[in-house]
Write a protein that binds this ligand. Sequence first.
Ligand SMILES: Cc1cc2nc3c(=O)[nH]c(=O)nc-3n(C[C@H](O)[C@H](O)[C@H](O)COP(=O)(O)OP(=O)(O)OC[C@H]3O[C@@H](n4cnc5c(N)ncnc54)[C@H](O)[C@@H]3O)c2cc1C
Ligand SMILES: NC(=O)c1ccc[n+]([C@@H]2O[C@H](COP(=O)([O-])OP(=O)(O)OC[C@H]3O[C@@H](n4cnc5c(N)ncnc54)[C@H](OP(=O)(O)O)[C@@H]3O)[C@@H](O)[C@H]2O)c1
Length: 460
Amino acid sequence: MGHSNSPLPTACVIGAGSSGIAAAKALHARGIAFDCIERSDRVGGNWVFGNVNGMSAAYRSLHINTSRQRMEFSDFPMPTSYPDFPHHTQIARYFDDYVNHFGFRDRILFETGVEHAERGDDGVWNVELSTGERRRYDALLVANGHHWDPRWPEPAYPGEFAGAQIHAHQYVDNTDLRDRNVLVVGMGNSAMDIAVESSFVAARTVISSRRGAYILPKYLFGRPLDQVGVNALTTRLPWAVRQARLATMYRIGVGKPEDFGLPAPDHRLGEAHPTISADFLNRLAHGEVIYRPEISALHGDRVRFVDGSSEPVDVIVWCTGYKVTFPFFDEQFISAPDNDLPLFRRVFRPGIDNVFFIGLLQPLGAIMPLAEAQGRWVAAYLRGEYRLPPRPDMEADMRRERERMHKRYVASKRHTMQVDFDAYLLDLARERKAGAQRAQQAGHRLPVTPRAAVPAGAAA
Ligand SMILES: Cc1cc2nc3c(=O)[nH]c(=O)nc-3n(C[C@H](O)[C@H](O)[C@H](O)COP(=O)(O)OP(=O)(O)OC[C@H]3O[C@@H](n4cnc5c(N)ncnc54)[C@H](O)[C@@H]3O)c2cc1C
Ligand SMILES: NC(=O)c1ccc[n+]([C@@H]2O[C@H](COP(=O)([O-])OP(=O)(O)OC[C@H]3O[C@@H](n4cnc5c(N)ncnc54)[C@H](OP(=O)(O)O)[C@@H]3O)[C@@H](O)[C@H]2O)c1
């Protein structure tokens, strides 16, 4: 571990995906000694197609759906030669270049998994690695990703299905869908991409969902949608105002979902995680994708839907989302039942002063710049430059955030950690300023005492 003479706490970062490297870079820049433990042989996590960690959901054709200008780190722009929505190979290369540029590759322990992480009575984290080695750290940054553990329908639909079934996580390309009758389930971004790809080779492509969605285009008025947002979506205007603007733009630019044979959504625009596709409505309009409502039952080689219709189906692709899991924690210690893990501003867990979650949020906009801001925040905290508010204040803040989110978003396991990109960054900057004052009043005392270097048992 670097900086071993440092009087600061030592840290362990779990994962070197885009969130882990953003946090690692912040620790590196602020002189905090850390190890970043990565199961794969490279950085980039989800963006490494065919990643040897077996955890990537990337398919052969995957492009980002948040524009590169929204996704890039603030101090390391993506090459201007990149398109607005680069391919996964370009994104993976960008993350690799980021690590080289900031020079902390030697702090990443590749091909090593964190099997178990336990907080001892002295507060020190005991981390057990896949190599059998155990290491001690003062702080733990969790950046293990939240799109790798497939969620299959719960409960399963009744009946038996005779054909093939895969989850979107296993989907590579449309080769196995050629000339088959394909049923894609879900209305998120995986369902969009897979239904479109299927529609070019399958005998028939049907998509089924339990609610409607507003399919957003990648561009509006000639600009990537998430950049048009600077005026309409992302400012500090009240949500009701932004929502009304967005709805008007959508009505004028796209129309109504019903115009394309989709059901009227049971919510207003902006009340679900955005489903973005430049191609899906087109394939519906061409009759190459057929919409059906929710499944009612599976019947051998047919699937029945709640409107009484049925379809012959050879392959089902379940695009039903992901579970948030931390296999290295004891479940009763930290877990996210139904994807729900309440955190102070999506990072701090009140009551445990030395565990931090990075990138565990779903923004309207990309995750990376938010993970970057979170990493810097944690680094400032570990250096005693930021002090948390009292626990009751944090808990009140978390309750307010949750109420706001539950009021706005459709009740679903996919809406447990939604944030607005710009509002999140602005609120965080404000909170950091308040916390810097509190830290000053506390004489910049370290909130996490460096103990890990002391052999276990001798710390007290
Ligand atoms: C198909 C798809 C497309 C997406 N497109 C976009 C997009 O366009 N824009 C966007 O902002 N987001 C997108 N996302 C969201 C995605 O979560 C982020 O892009 C990004 O991958 C999050 O990075 P991460 O580092 O948090 O997680 P990951 O990329 O999943 O990386 C986690 C890393 O942690 C490592 N790890 C996990 N557990 C352990 C362990 N126990 N020990 C050691 N290492 C471990 C893994 O090996 C991996 O390298 C997409 C998600 C999917 C599934
Ligand atoms: N860059 C890209 O182009 C791209 C591509 C794919 C994915 N992604 C990202 O990856 C993440 C995951 O996306 P995702 O589409 O895989 O998952 P998701 O956003 O969680 O969507 C899951 C979909 O499945 C539905 N669903 C869940 N359980 C169901 C059930 N039992 N029966 C019927 N429907 C069910 C959900 O409906 P409800 O709304 O009713 O819950 C929702 O429509 C998102 O952040 C997404 O933006 C990006």
